[in-house]
Structure formats: structure tokens, C-alpha cells
Design a protein. Structure first.
Length: 739
């Protein structure tokens, strides 16, 4: 801890202390426990848990969420001293949970529920503090459950409050909220040791003193101020309640202990997860260490006469919004609680509850901003509904019950999503025809059986179907039976079925009835126009990032006995322009000739003639953007053997009428212009050099087309297929080309 951190932590600790003090007393009262048991737990939560915890932001103490459990437990066990035994046992249980790393359960709480928890606490802070802000301070009004111990509920308390308005409290609360809202715009905000909440408390005390002297009708009575019972410092032992050990073997005590351990642990893990999201530095609190810290804290609480402790979201959020840096603020707040009962009670009893209410209302506003609800709504119903249900449930019940309801709602949407979208299904066109592919997700449960069965049984007769389970780590037995049954249905409907990727443990062999590799029959059936369209479709998939899984092992096996390519591509040597990838082709689909600048030579023409012998139906000459060979030609580079390439490209440069000042330029438009012209020249040279290929084109056995590949946009633009009618344009003499 550094001095710079401490100057933030000390003021934050003071603010948390001011908020925690009345809450400790109110929760003790709502729990039916001695008032000082709440203070004792606040001290333990601050000092003991604060020192042991790994969280920089969480603040622990008695929690409203446990008030109902404690009240019912005291009634069931008959005495507070018996409850202390249960609290002690609960502490050891939590300690064991932390040692055995049970904190992982926090990772399974969806973020929409966590955000709902934070927003609900914000709403509750506002609703619960409105009565205090206008001067109505009933006992047990700080219980954060919907139904309060005094017989009222959250909303009836607000309605009743307007019958007991205290003008002075309203003035202090309104002025305090204005100060908190505009604090950053005042010169006082530059004083680091004077946080806005501390100033508000001091101002509240001062205003009430002035009201008493000069405006008596606005003076706030003692019932609307903080009330710390007087303490006899000479007889501190009389305030400590000790556990009644003779009830240690009582089964009811153990039932209560397990209940407290589970509820306190869940509430702690949820709160720690929530405050980590609030932390501006996004530090991660170790959940297992937090359980250990809470366990030790509850052991101390059981031994010294305190209420059960948990991480408390209200104090933690106030801690964060007060600008704390480390857990020193939590420890300091605990020390202040200890000092308050020893020496500070006369001063603290001057604080108006309406000033504290203003602090909590503004904290609630920060937690439950309208923008949060708007953002969650924008994420769709599956995120917004669990969030909104969590908020409503916490406000209408209590924290733990509300979170459980929110989790149930989130689980419903998860199951609904799993049920409705257990797979992805798409249909795509390949050289072997249309293929329907069903890809299974990582987990396939029995909930997916109905939709998978419906989708498979709806596939028309004669189709080619591929079920890909490569990504599925788990497939429920019911779904496996459905797939097995479909094999029979597929055979009857003349459906060619491939099943790939099933794990060996399922003992269901992968049937392969078709392979996405060209055979002689399919190759013969294809026309040049068909092949050109297949290349266009493949490039569209590449552009969209939806390339087809290739199953190369199957293709390698299928093509081992011979090749039946559908096209030959004259391509540049550029490493970014691989035709197999750009056209989303499989093994055996393409013959690729690579030559810098896709220029033509006698050897390349011979290779193209061989391609026809192998059954290829289309010749593609493909240039591309940012071509290095074109760039060298524009720079007039002829050194060594490079001139054999750049010399041919010079023809295209002259045809583009590039003047001398352009030599060496890197202008993209010029590069594209020369590249496209160079492709046209290569097409012409192929036709001029090979009467054999001209004859193939005339008979429709083979097609010839030029293409331009824009690397940045991933797109390939094809020209028109060369036809006998366009031969004259290409066969006309061109300077530098073969006659």
C-alpha cells in the first residue's frame, strides 16, 4: 500500500463507515438480535475479513439478506447464544468450502443476473431511503427485504412516509443530493481527503445545529438522527454474548449452520462477482480465498457474539463510488466502527439520517442508471428478460430469492436457445451438386432431439446430406438413436448420407456415401459455364468467411487413384493469392500454374494442353492487385533473368500509353490498369500459341477467361468467357506477342 493509495482509501473508509453504522444497527434490530451484535459483526467484517480477503473492493459485515434467516433461526433455536454455535459451525463449513475450492460456482452466474443484482440494489437503495430522506424513520426500515419486520413493506413504507414529512430532513436531503450531483464542478472536489459524502455528513450536522438555534421549526429531532446506544467502557465484557456450547450436538443447530453457510457463501460469491464488475480497475477477486476469509470471520462472529457476516453489496458499492484503491478502506471502516462505540457515539449521534439517505440514494442512482436498462434492452430479450426479472424479484422478495428467480429465468432462456438452435444447417452448391450440411454444436442434449429429428426427416429425397459432429464433445444417447434411425430413413429415400466426426466412444461408425471430390463422371458432366459459376460461388464464400469444411482425409483417399480437375489457373507467384483458398476449392479440384506476373511461355501453353488432356474444363488467367512483377516492370527493372518476365509486361505498359514520368510510380490505379491489360495479353498469347486449345474452345470442350483479384476486398472479378466470335480480337497481331 502506498501513500497515494492511502489518501483515497481513508476517505472512502470514512464514507463506508458512515453508511455501515446505521445498517449494522438496523439489521441487528430486524434480525431480532442484540443491537451490539450488528456492530461486532461490522467490526469483524471490516478488520478480520478485510485483512484476509483478496478483494480490493468488497466490504463485509451483517447482511440484510440474512436477517430473515437469523430471525427464523433464533425463533427456532430459542436463544441468540444457541445461534452463535450455529454461526461458529457455519464459519468452519465456509472455511472448508474455500479450502476445497468451491468458489468456482460464481463463474456460472450469468452476467445479466449479476447486472440485475446491481441494478436491483440500486433501486432498493432509492426506495428504502426515500422515507429517511423526508424524515420518516421507522424501526427496521433498513431491512432490504420487501416485507419488513415492522409489518410494512417497501412501498407501504414510502406511502406512509408522506404522512410524516419532516421539513428539516427534506431540506438537508435535497441539498445533500444537489451537492453530491454537482460535486465534481466545485473547487472542493480537488481536496482528496474530503470526499463529497463526508462533506455532506458534516454539512448535515452543521445545518441541524443552525436549525435548532435560528429556525426551530426545521430542527430535526433525535428520532431522526443516528442512534448509537450508550456504552459502559468500564464493563465491555457485559456486551459480549458467548455461544452456548451445550447445544453443539443439537441437530437443529447443525441444520441452521448448514443453511447459514450456504446462504452466506452464495450471497458472498454473488456480491464479489458483482463488485468486480463495478471495479474501475477490473481486478478479479479470488473466490476461494473470499470463502476462507468469510469462514474465519463467521468463526470470530460466533465466538464474540456477532451476527453472521457476508460480503455486502451496499457497502462495497459505496466503497467503490467513494474512490477506494485497496482493501485498506474496508479495514479502516472496521476500525472506525470499533472507535465509534468506544468514544465517537456523542458526535455520530448528531448525524441526520436524511444526510445518509442522500448518500445512499445517489449510490443507488449510479447502480441503476437508465442507460443500464437501455443497454440491456438493446442486447435482446434473452439478455433483458432475465435482467429485468432479477431486478423485480429482488425488489419484491429479497436478495437471495431474487437472484435464484433470475437464475431460473436465465436458465429457461438458455434451454430455449439450446432447444431451438441445437445445430447449424446450410445448403451449398458444389461440383457434385447441392449438399445439405448439419453441423452439431459442442453439447447436444436430449432437448435437441425433436428439432434435429424434424430437420432430418424434412430433407427431400435424393439429397446429399452431411452430418458433422467434429465439434461435439457430448451427444446424448437419444440424439445418437435419432441419427442411427435416420440412416435407415436415408437409405429408403435415396439420400446419400455422410456422418463425420463422431467420437469412438459412441460406437457408431461414420458412414461415407459421397465425397466432395471430383470423379470422372462428374467432371465430364460439367461445362465451362458450370465451372466458372462454381468458382464465383467459391469466391463469394471466401469473401463472406463462410468457406466449407474440406474433410481433406476423405478427399485425399478419394483422389489417390487419379485426378479429375475442373479448371486450370494461371496464377502469379504472390503468396497472398492461392487459388484453392480464394475459390474455396478442395483437393483435386484445381490445377495451378504459378508464374510471376501470370505471363505466358511455351512451357505454360504446353501445361494448359496437358490440363485439357486431364479433363479440365476452364482456363483462368488471374492477375491481382499490388502485383510485385507489374511494379518492377513499371520501374523498368530488367536485371539478371527478371527481364524475361518484366519484358513481356512492358507490352501492357506501352499499350496503356504510360508516359515516361510514370516510370517507377506506385499509383494503384496505374498498377490495376497495367495488370488488367497484361491479363488480356496473356489470353491472346494462349490463343495465338496453341491451335489445339483454340479448337477445344471452338468445340465447347474448354473455356478461357481472364480474372482480376482485388486482395484487399478478397474478391475476384471475372471477364467474359472467350468465344470463337471474339477470337479476332485476341488473334490480331500485338507488338511483343507470339504470332
Amino acid at each position: 500500500m502506498t501513500l497515494n493509495q492511502l489518501k483515497h482509501d481513508l476517505p472512502a473508509g470514512i464514507v463506508v463507515f458512515l453508511v455501515a453504522l446505521p445498517l449494522c444497527l438496523g439489521i441487528a434490530l430486524a434480525s431480532g438480535a442484540p443491537l451490539f451484535s450488528g456492530i461486532i459483526s461490522g467490526i469483524i467484517g471490516g478488520v478480520v475479513v478485510g485483512l484476509l480477503s483478496g478483494s480490493h473492493t468488497s466490504v463485509s459485515g451483517p447482511a440484510a439478506g440474512l436477517a430473515a434467516v437469523v430471525l427464523a433461526s433464533i425463533t427456532k433455536l430459542g436463544a441468540f447464544e444457541v445461534l452463535l454455535v450455529a454461526t461458529l459451525i457455519a464459519g468452519f463449513l465456509q472455511l472448508a468450502m474455500g479450502v476445497f475450492r468451491a468458489g468456482f460456482i460464481a463463474n456460472y452466474v450469468p452476467s445479466n443476473v449479476i447486472k440485475g443484482l446491481l441494478a436491483a440494489i440500486g433501486v432498493l437503495l432509492i426506495l428504502k431511503q426515500i422515507p429517511h430522506a423526508i424524515g420518516y424513520d421507522p424501526k427496521a426500515a433498513d431491512d432490504f427485504s420487501f416485507a419488513q419486520a415492522n409489518g410494512e413493506n417497501t412501498f407501504s413504507s414510502i406511502l406512509n412516509a408522506f404522512e410524516f414529512i419532516t421539513p428539516g430532513a427534506v431540506v438537508i436531503a435535497a441539498l445533500s443530493m444537489l451537492i453530491l450531483l454537482y460535486w465534481d464542478k466545485t473547487p472542493l472536489s480537488k481536496i482528496k481527503l474530503l470526499p463529497a459524502p463526508l462533506f455532506v455528513v458534516a454539512l448535515g450536522i452543521l445545518l441541524n445545529i443552525l436549525f435548532g438555534q435560528y429556525v426551530p421549526q426545521l430542527a430535526i429531532g433525535q428520532s431522526h438522527l443516528v442512534d448509537i446506544p450508550p456504552l459502559d467502557t468500564a464493563n465491555l465484557g457485559s456486551y459480549l454474548r458467548l455461544p452456548d456450547w451445550q447445544h453443539f450436538a443439537n441437530s437443529d443447530v447443525w441444520v441452521v449452520a448448514v443453511t447459514i453457510a450456504i446462504v452466506a457463501s452464495l450471497e458472498t460469491l454473488l456480491n464479489v462477482e458483482a463488485v468486480d464488475k463495478l471495479d474501475p480497475h477490473k481486478r478479479e477477486s479470488p473466490p476461494n480465498r473470499e470463502l476462507v476469509a468469510q469462514g474465519v470471520g463467521n468463526i470470530f462472529a460466533g465466538l464474540l457474539g456477532g451476527l453472521p457476516v457476508t460480503s455486502v453489496i451496499v457497502r462495497s458499492s459505496v466503497n467503490i463510488h467513494s474512490g477506494n484503491r485497496t482493501k485498506a478502506s474496508a479495514v479502516f471502516h472496521g476500525l472506525l466502527l470499533l472507535a465509534s462505540v468506544l468514544v465517537l457515539s456523542p458526535l455520530l449521534n448528531l448525524i441526520p439520517l436524511s444526510a445518509l439517505a442522500a448518500i445512499l440514494i445517489m449510490t443507488g442512482y449510479k447502480l441503476a442508471k437508465v442507460s443500464l436498462f437501455r443497454d440491456m434492452f438493446g442486447k435482446g430479450w434473452s439478455q433483458f428478460v432475465p435482467f429485468a426479472v432479477t431486478v423485480a424479484a429482488i425488489v419484491m422478495t429479497d436478495l437471495l430469492m431474487g437472484v435464484l428467480i433470475g437464475l431460473g429465468t436465465s436458465l429457461f432462456y438458455l434451454m430455449r436457445s439450446n432447444f431451438r438452435n441445437p445445430y447449424s444447417i446450410e445448403q451449398y452448391r458444389l461440383h457434385i451438386g447441392d449438399v445439405i450440411k448439419m453441423e452439431l454444436p459442442n453439447q447436444v442434449s436430449f432437448l435437441n432431439k425433436a428439432t434435429i429429428k424434424t430437420a432430418l426427416w424434412d430433407i427431400p429425397e435424393g439429397a446429399k446430406v452431411l452430418i458433422d459432429a467434429s465439434n461435439a464433445d457430448f451427444i446424448d444417447h437419444d440424439v445418437l438413436e435419432t441419427i442411427q434411425d435416420y440412416r435407415v430413413v436415408a437409405a429408403e429415400r435415396k439420400v446419400q448420407l455422410n456422418i463425420v466426426g463422431l467420437r469412438d466412444k459412441y460406437q457408431l461408425s461414420d458412414p461415407i456415401q459421397f465425397v466432395t471430390a471430383l470423379d470422372k463422371e462428374t467432371q465430364t458432366r460439367l461445362s465451362p459455364e458450370d465451372v466458372l459459376q462454381l468458382l464465383r460461388d467459391g469466391n463469394e464464400r471466401f469473401k463472406a468467411g463462410r468457406w466449407i469444411k474440406k474433410y481433406y482425409l476423405h478427399q485425399a483417399d478419394a483422389t489417390a487413384g487419379g485426378q479429375h480437375p475442373m479448371a486450370v489457373v494461371v496464377n502469379c507467384i504472390d503468396s497472398r493469392t492461392s487459388p484453392e483458398i480464394i475459390f474455396d476449392a478442395g483437393l483435386g479440384d484445381l490445377l495451378t500454374i504459378r508464374i510471376a506476373g501470370n505471363v505466358i511461355s511455351k512451357e505454360i501453353v504446353g501445361s494448359l494442353e496437358i490440363a485439357h488432356k486431364l479433363g479440365a474444363k476452364l482456363i483462368v488467367v488471374k492477375g491481382h492487385s499490388s502485383c510485385g512483377a507489374i511494379g518492377l516492370a513499371l520501374k523498368n527493372e530488367h536485371a539478371h533473368s527478371i527481364g524475361a518476365i518484366t519484358g513481356k509486361i512492358q507490352t501492357a505498359i506501352r499499350q496503356c500509353q504510360c508516359s515516361v514520368p510514370h516510370v517507377g510510380t506506385t499509383d494503384k490505379h496505374l498498377l490495376e490498369q497495367v495488370t488488367r491489360r497484361n491479363v488480356e495479353n496473356s489470353l491472346a498469347e494462349i490463343l495465338q500459341s496453341s491451335a489445339y486449345l483454340r479448337g477445344c474452345i471452338e468445340r465447347g470442350e474448354m473455356g478461357l477467361v481472364g480474372a482480376y483479384h482485388d486482395i484487399a476486398h478478397r474478391s475476384v472479378e471475372f471477364g467474359e468467357l472467350v468465344t470463337p466470335d471474339s477470337f479476332d480480337r485476341y488473334l490480331a497481331p500485338r507488338p511483343g506477342l507470339a504470332a
